[in-house]
Design a protein around this ligand. Structure first.
Ligand SMILES: [Zn+2]
Length: 92
């Protein structure tokens, strides 16, 4: 069960959209980057964990992961089309 399941069932989700907020502790800025990482001690090699980052903290989070050799990739964050906030849904 997930938020996306709730969306698929009819769009009457309790929240407008998942919060895409920077993963840096205390930061409430909107995410503009997805930082992909993997901890080989606990994750299978193909697994990718994702941290979201704002422009300001992208470097900080990336550096944090690189120091631990967890960092894999950083890509521009894009909101999935299905998760776009739509306060006035025409399908209503
Ligand atoms: Zn931030």
């Amino acid at each position: 069960m997930s938020f996306f399941d709730a969306l698929a069932r009819g769009g009457a989700a309790p929240q407008a959209a998942p919060e895409a907020i920077c993963s840096r502790k205390g930061c409430r800025a909107g995410a503009t980057w997805s930082i992909l990482w993997n901890n080989p001690r606990i994750h299978p090699p193909e697994r990718r964990k994702i941290w979201l980052a704002c422009d300001e903290h992208r470097g900080w989070l990336q550096d944090y992961l690189q120091q631990r050799a967890f960092w894999k990739d950083t890509v521009p964050f894009t909101v999935p089309a299905d998760a776009t906030p739509s306060p006035s849904d025409p399908e209503g």
